[in-house]
Write a protein that binds this ligand. Structure first.
Ligand code: COA
Ligand code: AMP
Ligand code: ZN
Length: 435
């Protein structure tokens, strides 16, 4: 029932004792990072000031902007030669975020993921297929090493090529599959085209779904389509990747491994603690990381802590499913995108004006999610050849920046609705959120 019984069944007082010990160690260790040394000096605190868990509040928040401004290695708390891997976010126009790992960090990350997979019933005898992008996407290597640690036969299929995914599922007898929820809609469509009924023709039993917000109804639809149980998986690259919080067989909230991190929920406006049980922004402090510990990291994800005990016997807190974000980040096909990335690319083209519109939509014919970028020209342009080559070049640059392929449409000046502010520049018409 437990992958690491000792850690998974800690009582609340034991969790808190361990957290304080690890927090104090982490804070001292952070003084090896130029960034945190300066931060502590600025607010006039010392590691010795952290005497209780409540003292955590004395430490300033860490933000994505901090990670960007210290790009690439300014947050490191160990010499670079101790690091064995980094993961970086998309983006070439602004500074991406970089997360560094030592071998110990990677081992602990693999264990966190193995715990999650074991918790939902996956065992050595299972065949686990992962449809995440590999490389910089942490869902790839994160699930890979976790599944291997558990001892399953792994199928590192990576993203894309649904027909091949289906062939693998059938031929290798895949029983456990990790995919983002919207992609499972697309995959099911391709199965139907291929005459494959997942309930009849596959051994799928356990689906791991995450990386984007989804509803309870969407989970139930997925479970019905595939005839398998689907478990919500939450993670983010700054916290290593997957393995941060995960549903247990009760499917009622995601246990967050509190021997790995300390959880706070704050009001994103006032930055004060949210009222007990209320939705707010998730703030996480890592307490077992070597290369790049993060203190009070503002995730920008909105959720709440579920009240009460979980019948599964784990006392690690449970997070409600994510309710959205407190910033303007979009998640499309499991890829994080900030509208400013689109804007920065468009503004490089002198042929383009400043008015643009991003529409997220689902292609009715194939259930694929897409991004349509419409942008006004700065001056009238009617030469078809020139319009086509310009569209191609904008598409190429956007794909390099965003890691997904948008559809680009050039519009004559004055033809798009005039908008002010970023919110109205993005329209989300995706059906996959409710399929
Ligand atoms: N996971 C797996 N496959 C996906 C996918 C996803 N999230 N989103 C789309 N695909 C599939 C598409 O269905 C298509 O295959 P098919 O036509 O055989 O069905 C193929 O990938 C290409 O899709 P397309 O929309 O044309 O490509 P794109 O250039 O816009 O996007 C991807 C490229 C899919 C490679 C990119 O979106 C990606 O890597 N997504 C996965 C990100 C990820 O792993 N996130 C998890 C982080 S924990
Ligand atoms: P990445 O750093 O690319 O792994 O993306 C992390 C972000 O994806 C998180 O901060 C969330 O916004 C989102 N995310 C990850 N898992 C989930 C989930 N289970 N539900 C909702 N959003 C998620
Ligand atoms: Zn539980």
């Amino acid at each position: 029932m437990y992958f690491n019984k000792e850690m998974e069944t800690l009582t609340r007082p034991e969790i808190e004792k361990l957290q304080l010990e690890r927090l104090q160690k982490t804070v001292s260790h952070c003084m090896n990072s130029a960034f945190y040394r300066r931060r502590f000096e600025e607010v006039g605190i010392k590691p010795e000031d952290i005497k209780t868990l409540d003292d955590l509040k004395k430490i300033p928040f860490t933000t994505k902007a901090d990670l960007r401004s210290t790009y690439p290695f300014g947050m490191a708390s160990v010499p670079l030669e101790k690091c064995v891997r980094l993961h970086s976010s998309s983006g070439t126009t602004g500074n991406p975020t970089v997360v560094l790992h030592t071998q110990k960090d990677l081992d602990q990350w693999a264990e966190a993921v193995a715990r999650c997979l074991y918790m939902v019933g996956l065992r050595k005898t299972d065949v686990f297929q992962n449809t995440s992008g590999y490389g910089m996407f942490t869902g790839g290597l994160g699930f890979q090493y976790g599944a291997e640690r558990l001892g399953m036969l792994t199928v590192p299929a990576a993203a894309g090529n649904s027909r091949r995914q289906i062939k693998f599922i059938k031929d290798f007898g895949t029983t456990g599959l990790h995919a983002i929820p919207s992609y499972l809609g697309r995959l099911y469509e391709v199965m139907k085209e291929e005459g494959v009924d997942p309930k009849r023709d596959t051994k799928l039993r356990t689906l791991i779904i995450g990386a984007e917000p989804h509803s309870e109804e969407q989970r139930r639809r997925i479970e019905e389509m595939y005839g398998a149980k689907a478990y919500n998986s939450f993670g983010m690259s700054e916290m290593c990747g997957p393995g941060v919080a995960f549903e247990c067989p009760e499917q009622n909230g995601m246990h967050i491994w509190e021997d790995y991190c300390i959880v706070e929920i704050i009001d994103p406006e006032t930055l004060e603690p949210a009222k007990e049980g209320e939705v707010g922004e998730l703030v996480l402090t890592t307490i077992n990381r070597e290369a790049m510990p993060l203190l009070r990291y503002r995730t920008r994800d909105l959720t709440r802590i579920l009240p009460g005990e979980c019948p599964c016997g784990r006392h690690h807190l449970r997070l409600d499913r994510m309710k959205g974000r407190s910033d303007d980040m979009i998640i499309l096909k499991g890829v994080n995108i900030f509208p400013i990335q689109v804007e920065n690319i468009l503004m490089n083209f002198k042929e383009l004006g400043t008015n643009y519109l991003i529409t997220l939509e689902t292609d009715d014919s194939n259930y694929n999610d897409e991004m349509l970028v419409e942008v006004e020209l700065s001056n009238p342009l009617t030469d078809d050849g020139r319009l086509q080559s310009l569209t191609r070049e904008i598409t190429r640059q956007l794909k390099d920046e965003l890691l997904i392929t948008p559809r680009v449409k050039l519009a004559q000046k004055g033809s798009l609705p005039q908008s002010e502010g970023k919110a109205v520049r993005v329209k989300d018409l995706r059906k996959t959120a409710t399929f």
